[in-house]
Design a protein around this ligand. Structure first.
Ligand code: TXA
Ligand code: MG
Length: 327
């Protein structure tokens, strides 16, 4: 067990006893930090408005931003949403895994309205991480879980990241499921529009989705009309300035490099992927941004990263992180 001196955040390994305790807390309407294969989630019983409200308040998240609802089985999802063939095929291909489907919510679904921000649609997914699925099975209810970071901050890819984000806040149990395998949030695909549309790029590429659906899907960009309601322009932001596509680095800056020939001259360098591997870069992105986000650097300089495949999602995150704070 890891507990820091001045705070009430507790990190526990995922033993049976821990999962029992977590399930008990969730059923009582408390929050638990849980590992998923994408990023850590801040989970609450998705049918309990009070529990869900605690998520918004701990994250200081804008209320209009709906939450993704996590399930352990497709059969459970079907009682909350209007299921269709596209969803069936995608579920078969990608679940459990990092794909969120936006579907019409059934009128009699007991999901918390706060969790869905009053929309008549809902984002659902089945996470691949065993701990997340075991916990959902244990409580027999879906979990609403945004990324477990304060609003606008970098998403957490380890239990320690979660604790850092919420230090000195209210008590919070965090289950340590190791470093997230994916390191980037799920792809969000809206199936309620005329043409299936990607609202947030992620680990599952548009090409992979098109192959399963056998039709074209629209891609959103940070400026596109089709945005997840919570896709604010400034998001995933470190505390110090971020410069993108740099070709030089100053001696006071930290360098987030990519590829076999990192620039020289920065105060510190971390390489997203020495081999120029985009998947490896995605998995390292948030962790390295956290590590370089230190007040003694004047900023973080990021080398260019190709916009192919999962590089789109990486650049999407970086653009948001680099957007200056609005007054
Ligand atoms: O990988 C992930 O998706 C992680 C892990 C924990 O599962 N979760 C995550 O949740 O990234 P969050 O809350 O940080 O991002 C959810 C995004 C928001 O941008 C929200 O606006 C969008 O999903 N969203 C949720 N429900 C939606 C809906 N009905 N229509 C459109 N966008 C929706
Ligand atoms: Mg988030």
């Amino acid at each position: 067990m890891l507990q820091s001196p001045n705070c009430l955040l507790e990190i526990l390994s995922p033993t049976n006893e821990t999962l029992e305790r977590a399930a008990h807390l969730l059923l009582k309407g408390e929050l638990v930090g849980i590992p998923t294969e994408t990023v850590y989630g801040l989970a609450a019983d998705a049918t309990n408005d009070h529990a869900v409200a605690k998520i918004y308040s701990l994250k200081k998240r804008p209320q209009f931003n709906p939450l993704i609802i996590h399930f352990a089985e497709v059969s459970a999802i079907k009682s909350h949403v209007e299921w269709n063939n596209m969803a069936e095929n995608l579920a078969h291909a990608f679940w459990p895994g990092p794909l969120t489907l936006i579907l019409r919510k059934k009128i009699d679904s007991p999901l918390s309205l706060l969790a869905t921000a009053g929309l008549d649609t809902v984002g659902v997914r089945i996470p691949r991480h065993n701990v997340a699925r075991l916990l959902i099975q244990k409580i027999g209810k879906p979990l609403a879980a945004p990324s477990a970071n304060p609003s606008e901050a970098i998403s957490p890819t380890s239990a320690l990241d979660v604790r850092r984000g919420f230090d000195s806040q209210k008590p919070l149990l965090i289950i340590d499921g190791g470093i997230c395998e994916g390191g980037l949030e799920s792809t969000i695909l809206d199936l309620t529009l005329n043409i299936p549309t990607i609202l947030r790029p992620g680990l599952i590429t548009p090409e992979a989705i098109e192959e399963i659906l056998q039709c074209r899907v629209l891609r959103s960009s940070p400026n596109s009309l089709f945005k997840a309601p919570g896709q604010m322009k400034r998001h995933y932001a470190p505390h110090i300035p971020l410069r993108l596509n740099v070709t030089n680095v100053s001696s006071s800056e930290a360098l987030l490099a990519f590829g076999p020939s990192p620039l020289s001259g920065g105060a510190k360098m971390l390489n997203l992927s020495q081999d120029g591997n985009l998947e490896e870069a995605a998995a390292n992105l948030f962790r390295m941004m956290h590590e370089l986000d230190q007040p003694f650097f004047s900023g973080i300089a990021v080398m260019p990263i190709s916009s192919e495949a999962i590089g789109v999602a990486i650049n999407d995150r970086l653009c948001r992180a680099a957007t200056k704070k609005e007054n």
